[in-house]
Design a protein. Structure first.
Lengths: 384, 304
């Protein structure tokens, strides 16, 4: 039996941001947008390359949607410039920009049929009827809306509306497609499936997509790179794995995925090995990614729960990257279990283990004495 | 399973609930309508009341008859006498013109109100409805003061030097149009505003994003979506305007022919109640039949 779930089509890794000679396709240069006293977007500079699926990720109110609307031309930046394909777009009204947006509410025209909704943008270009019909039919096939062309939006399911909204924007063949929380209204299963469809469509058409989302899983699934935003500013830009494995700040570490944050103080650096002391845990922590720091400077160490090993026996070396505690709680999530371990000083750490075996009898259970340990490559030292 | 008793009780409840509006319509529409219909088929008389009964017991040659006399002449007069046809036509024309003018004035106001921040809207709504606090009659009289030859409007225009001699507006059709548009404006603004207020602003953004200039987006998105509100407003203005009596009587001249005024004259000046009733019935049919037909078409269109 096969599953109906689409798979991600294999594609060669292109990483234009690694190429020093690559010219960015979308350039956001020092863009600020204020609403009264509030800085919705605060001096953001960002380059996006052709063919990227770029994700803007952040909590609500971080300015990501405003930034997207500035790209669409629906908001005018207070200062700064926006360039698309080498052309200054800052003063170009939205109806003349080579970008199209897929709205969070889909914003389908309720009085027009699916076909008319999709054709709407092409009719504005005054294209011949035959060409419009042909391009509409093509995009209808692309997003699998065959047979629904004559329905009105209120006769469609949420997933179908989402695809009409996508088709309506795609049919314009924009240089950049903007997606504002495009999958927020769909249930989880449909969302997962649609994310992969989006990636495949983007890949096949070779378009540049910029997506705004507050869902970090979505950003990591679809994004070639992502920018984490906080209070109008960019906290970090990178590929999903860079951001997950090497967060630049406690905010990013906590926003993207689960993390254990341990307060620490700088101890020493020796080549590629950095040692910090965690006074609260009474241990030393070793990392293989040193950061410049002054002696005694307050730092934080981030360790992802799945990178912590949990065992009932102490590891071979107990001098560093290792703490002892008691299992306080176990969250069984099916594929993984999360162990909440209370240390002797009352602090909590989390460790995640994949449930490779069926848990008839738990090897580790409530109130067991356990040791948590992790490798030097699992600890990331953060300064802010 | 519900018991029979309970089902009966539910059915009774439903009947009562539907019964209330039906009873209301029966008492205050169907009954008066029947009386007027009866009147329109009777014979005028110099008596009190000024008409003869249409149903009578007649004794003829010692035999008793129940005689029903329906006088069709009233309706024939309506068709035959050019005055009534002209009054109908002119009423429809004035009402239609006034409706279009009211729409042109009301739509920008409604749009402006709908685009205002939500906390300002209740005050604007209040401002629209504020004229209702004063008697309708007084407001129409006030327009006489504004529009007459030595009235406020002429005084203002003369002072500004825009005109040399006073404009004659009062007692013309223009004055009637001004009066109708002014009086019925709230009935046009309110349904359009109620409709526009519900529009999702992202629809216009989507249209602009898809390549529409804002003015095109307005015609292709806002206006079609506002259609139910526009239709409701037009009906609310057009229907009472056709039968309007006070405004043409006070602001219109002797040559402004409107059916409401004709009706009034027949009733009170000529005391020809049967003919006046025939005018009323004809007006009702003239208005109701095309509207029902139109609404029916609308409903069919929505189903498709």
């Amino acid at each position: 039996m096969t599953t109906a779930r689409p798979v991600r089509e294999a594609r060669p890794r292109i990483e234009p941001w690694q190429d020093p000679d690559a010219v960015p396709f979308v350039r956001i240069q020092g863009v600020t947008k204020t609403f009264g006293e509030v800085y919705a977007v605060d001096n953001v500079t960002l380059d996006i390359f052709k063919g990227e699926f770029f994700a803007l990720l952040g909590p609500s109110g971080c300015g990501k949607s405003t930034l997207l609307r500035i790209l669409a031309g629906l908001e005018r930046p207070t200062s700064g410039r926006v360039l698309i394909d080498g052309q200054d777009m800052t003063d170009v009204p939205p109806w003349r920009r080579p970008v199209n947006m897929m709205f969070q509410s889909y914003a389908l025209f309720p009085h027009l049929s699916v076909r008319k909704n999709i054709a709407f943008g092409l009719e504005q270009e005054r294209l011949p009827r035959a060409e419009i019909a042909e391009r509409v039919a093509e995009v209808v096939r692309l997003v699998h809306l065959e047979g629904l062309e004559d329905r009105k939006p209120d006769q469609l399911s949420g997933g179908q509306k989402q695809r009409v909204a996508l088709a309506r924007a795609l049919v314009k063949r924009p240089k950049v497609l903007l997606l504002d929380e495009p999958l927020g209204a769909l249930d989880k299963k449909l969302r997962d499936q649609t994310q992969l469809e989006l990636v495949n469509i983007q890949d096949r058409l070779g378009l540049t997509f910029v997506i705004v989302t507050h869902d970090q899983e979505e950003a990591m699934t679809v994004g070639s790179r992502m920018a984490i935003m906080r209070e109008g500013q960019i906290a970090q830009i990178g590929t999903p794995s860079e951001i997950y494995e090497y967060p630049a700040s406690r905010f990013v570490a906590e926003f993207v995925g689960e993390v254990n944050l341990i307060e620490a103080r700088f101890a020493s650096v020796n080549g590629t090995t950095m040692r910090v002391r965690a006074p609260a845990l009474g241990i030393e922590i070793v990392t293989d990614r040193p950061v410049p720091a002054l002696p005694g400077e307050p730092l934080w160490v981030a360790v992802r729960p799945e990178k912590m090993s949990i065992a009932k026996t102490p590891p071979a070396e107990t001098g560093y990257n290792c703490v002892e505690g008691e299992v306080f709680d176990i969250e069984y999530l099916g594929d993984v279990s999360v162990y909440h371990v209370r240390l002797d000083n009352g602090l909590f750490l989390r460790a995640t283990e994949a449930n490779k075996l069926r848990l008839i009898e738990r090897p580790i259970t409530w109130e067991d004495r356990v040791w948590l340990s992790w490798g030097p490559d699992a600890s990331v030292v953060l300064k802010t | 399973m519900k018991g029979k008793a309970e089902r009966d009780r539910l059915a009774l409840g439903r009947l009562l609930l539907i019964g209330v509006p039906f009873a209301w319509l029966g008492l205050f529409f169907l009954l008066p309508f029947t009386i007027v219909l009866k009147l329109s088929l009777s014979e005028p008389a110099l008596a009190q009341p000024p008409y003869l009964p249409i149903v009578e017991w007649v004794e003829e040659a010692g035999e008793l008859y129940l005689a029903i006399r329906l006088r069709v002449q009233n309706y024939l007069t309506l068709v035959g006498d050019g005055l009534y046809l002209a009054a109908f036509a002119s009423s429809l024309r004035i009402a239609a013109t006034a409706t279009v003018l009211a729409l042109l004035v009301a739509f920008p106001i409604a749009l402006g109100m709908a685009r205002c921040p939500p906390r300002v809207r209740p005050f604007l709504l209040l401002a629209v409805m504020l004229p209702f606090w004063t008697s309708f009659l007084i407001r129409v009289y006030a327009w006489m003061g504004i529009l007459k030859d030595d009235g406020l409007l002429n005084a203002l225009l003369l002072t500004l030097g825009l005109i040399e001699e006073p404009l004659v507006i009062l007692n013309t059709e223009t004055a009637v149009l001004i009066g109708i548009v002014y009086s019925y404006l709230p009935f046009m603004i309110l349904p359009i505003f109620a409709n526009l207020e519900k529009h999702d602003p992202s629809l216009l953004e989507a249209a602009v994003d898809l390549g529409c200039r804002p003015i095109v987006a307005f015609w292709r998105i806002t206006v079609p979506l506002a259609r139910p509100g526009i239709l409701a407003g037009c009906f609310l203005v057009f229907i009472p305007a056709v039968g309007e009596f006070v405004i043409p009587d006070l602001l219109g001249g002797a040559d402004t022919l409107m059916i409401g005024r004709t009706l009034w004259l027949e009733f009170f000046t000529n005391r020809d109640w049967p003919l006046a009733s025939a005018v009323a019935i004809a007006m009702l049919l003239l208005l109701v039949v095309p509207i029902v037909f139109f609404l029916r078409l609308q409903a069919l269109g929505r189903l498709r």
